[in-house]
Design a binder for this molecule. Structure first.
Ligand SMILES: Cc1ncc(C[n+]2csc(CCOP(=O)(O)OP(=O)(O)O)c2C)c(N)n1
Ligand SMILES: [Mg+2]
Length: 779
């Protein structure tokens, strides 16, 4: 008789109130959903396992039942641990959000998703999860975004809680601590985390996971810590003679030893549990009074499976600071694989399902039964569904973004400098748009050129703070922090940056309030934030990420600061358009295009790769004629434009970003050698690649730009060049099927002057000329 065998049948459960019957039904439904997903009828013809996580789900059943059916309010939002997605769907089924036909579709094509998905699941999912650590922290950024939006619109700050239901091994992820330790977080009293403390990860029983150590970190970070260790049955036992010794013994034993006990027979527990310490005989005597059938339910009675204890924990949340509840649980609680070290993706067999059904009053023939009408359980489900009904998100239209400011840029400037100027221009040219811009930086606002903007709009802070340097004549950058500020400064934490960007980019769909979020970071650190950034886009966030400075053009700053693979990242990232403009005017148009796709149904994110290299703006030769200017603009946002047309082109030079001066110089040199060169300035390799695919009937790109920049009548061998990995532009040669040489950066860099570094990587003007001559055979 193991823990599970000895759990009482649902209909006789000691506390067989409606809530505990619902808890049992949620356990059944979530287990049966995974079982159905792996049934004969759903078998993959290729033999691929379908899978699912019955034990991880069972671990959370009590926590989620207590939360949904007793505690949640419509203004609250919840992020659910990825592997508990069946529990979320099971609850939604009981609340009437899903119908029977959907219950058998977990992990099916267009069915319920393996992990909660805000964009793909048919029922209410507040946060997409799946990448552990990222879904857990999303509600932190959701809380900031919600407060920011309320301050912007003057709406009353809603006090809805932001819950995160996290796995304990999830706390191994650095992203969790990067977020928890952000200095702004202790002010967010709406945060509530519940840690499913089953002391198991994917591979094993975590030997040294220590609640005390983790709790100390949360406490130090300013959180309220609530611990739910033992349930009522164990606490009652502890109150008897010998109980102190038993508590001490269980407290002190390792996680694996405790979990092994849960898989023992009552007789084995009597032998093993007393141990060999001082209290052994007292414990033995205490256990002697415990009947066999109660032994395992009592010893396995942890707080995270005790509905009353959970209710009490939720009731003691202090809304003035973030709260974390450590709820001790057993992974697989109520299932035959409870507490087994390898139960993570273990599936119950049909006979085991039949036994489970018999205990829970359900059968595999009718697995999706709801509670009978008129029963107290049906009434509680209906009452809960009513209580949690949310107002519809008001539909919203972001203010119209102009396509062109009609400005003229002269002199020398870099695209990074122009980013700052652009934001200031926006406050004059389109103030209603500028008012909804929010910038975010991980301690690099000044070094990514947001200083002027920051001085103008101020930094956001939930409460106004005194600026002690306001009267210091030598202070150029003013940190005026107040609720109306439009810049959010984070610590040096790129993962937090993209987490917050994702949530600021989702306010239109959550609260009907569109924002234009723009985040800046040094381009090499895009890779550090890459997966969470991508996950935020998948979750529905629309924002602009600016990587600046970038590439080896950052010459004197040194090798490790020089990004190489980010152009490919931009090209390949779904839900995002990547730009790398060379000139100030191009940057403005690209940014306006990027903003025009934010905060709306069907919108998308953008990534801009910028540079600190001052470039002669006259090289851009922006047409003065209005029609020609508009044609240039439309090509810039479509991905590129022709800068030079030779009389008889022998070669096409296609360049991107900060290297355009070298490309033009190479074209001049080639002309002197009698080799005609067409020059194409690529502004978005991403959009050009989409155009190429669209020509073959794939995707949603616009192929028209290709005819404009690489017309079939001017076909010539091609040299491509960028300050990044050369393969990014290699596809351009396929447009007219020409021979090509692709120049770019393939090795770690050096410090030095720009020309030294360009020479080192073979992307200087001389290298471009050499490649062109190699292709044309002219010398
Ligand atoms: C970033 C990331 N790394 C690894 C995984 C694979 N993975 C999925 S669940 C899991 C263990 C999770 O353990 P825990 O959070 O304790 O949840 P439990 O299943 O015990 O409830 C791992 C390593 C993942 N989903 N995301
Ligand atoms: Mg775990």
């Amino acid at each position: 008789m193991t823990l599970t065998d000895s759990l009482p049948p649902a209909e006789n459960a000691a506390s067989a109130g409606a809530l505990s019957r619902i808890e049992q039904r949620v356990l059944w439904l979530s287990t049966a959903m995974v079982h159905a997903a792996n049934s004969e009828t759903r078998k993959d013809p290729d033999g691929l396992k379908i899978g699912g996580h019955q034990a991880s789900s069972a671990s959370m059943v009590s926590i989620m039942t207590a939360l949904w059916f007793e505690v949640l309010r419509p203004q609250d939002r919840v992020s659910v641990k990825p592997h508990a997605s069946p529990v979320l769907h099971a609850i939604h089924y009981l609340l009437g959000e899903l119908d029977e036909t959907q219950m058998g579709t977990l992990r099916a094509y267009h069915g319920l998703q393996s992990y909660p998905s805000r964009s793909k699941d048919p029922d209410t999912v507040d946060y997409s999860t799946g990448s552990v650590g990222i879904g857990a922290t999303a509600p932190i950024w959701g809380a900031v975004a919600r407060r920011y939006t309320a301050d912007l619109t003057g709406a009353e700050r809603s006090r809805g809680r932001q819950y995160s239901l996290v796995g304990d091994a999830e706390l191994d992820e650095g992203a969790v601590w990067e977020a928890v330790l952000d200095p702004g977080v202790p002010e967010l009293g709406e945060l509530v985390w519940v840690v499913d403390f089953n002391r198991q990860s994917l591979d094993r029983v975590a030997p040294n996971i220590s609640a005390t150590r983790l709790q100390a970190v949360f406490t130090a970070a300013g959180w309220q810590v609530i611990t739910l260790k033992y349930g009522r049955l164990l606490e009652d036992l502890f109150a008897r003679p010998g109980g102190d010794a038993l508590r001490r013994r269980i407290d002190e034993m390792t996680n694996p030893e405790y979990q092994r006990l849960l898989r023992c027979t009552p007789q084995q527990v009597r032998e093993r549990l007393p141990g060999t310490g001082d209290g052994a005989s007292a414990i033995r005597d205490l256990l002697a009074d415990l009947p066999d059938e109660q032994m395992l339910p009592v010893i396995g009675n942890l707080g995270g499976h005790d509905l009353a204890a959970l209710q009490q924990a939720f009731a003691s949340i202090d809304d003035e600071r973030p709260t974390v509840i450590f709820a001790y649980t057993v992974k697989g609680y109520g299932l035959p694989n409870a507490g087994h070290p390898q139960n993570h993706s273990n599936l119950l067999t049909p006979p085991q399902m039949a036994v489970l059904g018999a205990r829970l009053g359900m059968t595999l023939d009718h697995p999706w039964q709801r509670f009978p009408e008129g029963s107290p359980e049906a009434a509680l489900c209906a009452e809960t569904a009513d209580r949690l009904r949310r107002d519809q998100v008001p539909s919203s239209v972001p203010p119209a973004v102009p396509a062109d400011f009609g400005r003229r840029t002269t002199g020398h400037s870099s695209t990074q400098q122009e980013l700052g100027r652009f934001l200031l221009a926006l406050t004059r040219e389109a103030p209603d748009v500028a008012r909804r811009v929010v910038t975010v930086a991980p301690d690099v606002a000044s070094s990514t050129n947001l200083g002027g903007w920051l001085n103008k709009v101020g930094a956001w802070s939930p409460t106004e703070r005194q600026n002690w340097f306001a009267d210091d004549a030598e202070t150029i950058l003013h940190w005026r922090e107040r609720p109306s500020g439009q810049h959010i400064e984070l610590g040096i934490a790129e993962v937090n940056l993209v987490g917050l960007l994702g949530e600021l980019g989702a306010t239109w769909s959550r609260w009907g309030e569109p924002l234009f979020p723009i985040g800046t970071l040094y381009d090499p650190f895009v890779n550090r934030a890459l997966e969470p950034w991508s996950f935020g886009i998948y979750g529905g966030g629309q924002s602009i990420l600016v990587g600046t400075p970038s590439g080896v053009t950052l010459a004197p700053e040194g090798g490790a600061h020089q990004s190489i693979i980010t152009p490919s990242v931009g090209l390949e990232q779904p839900g995002c358009v990547a730009f790398e403009p060379a000139f100030a005017q191009d940057l403005e148009w690209c940014l306006l295009d990027a903003m025009s796709r934010l905060g709306r149904e069907g919108g998308s994110s953008s990534y801009l790769r910028l540079s600190t290299r001052p470039v002669d703006q006259s090289l851009a030769a922006v047409p003065t004629d209005a029609v020609a200017r508009e044609r240039r603009r439309s090509l810039v946002v479509a991905g590129g434009y022709a800068m030079r047309r030779a009389e008889r082109p022998a070669v096409t030079l296609a360049g991107m970003g900060a290297l355009m001066p070298e490309v033009l110089q190479a074209a001049d040199h080639l002309a002197e050698l009698g080799v005609g060169a067409d020059v194409v300035c690529v502004t978005s390799a991403d959009r050009l690649y989409r155009a190429v695919r669209a020509r073959h009937g794939h995707g949603d790109g616009d192929p028209v730009v290709l005819e404009a920049i690489l017309p079939a009548g001017r076909t010539a061998p091609m040299v491509t060049v960028l300050d990044g990995h050369p393969h990014t532009l290699a596809f351009l040669a396929t447009v007219n099927r020409v021979p090509s040489i692709n120049l770019g950066v393939t090795e770690f860099g050096q410090t030095g002057r720009i020309q030294d570094v360009y020479h080192e990587h073979g992307i200087d003007a001389a290298s471009i000329v050499r490649a062109a001559l190699d292709l044309t055979g002219a010398v």
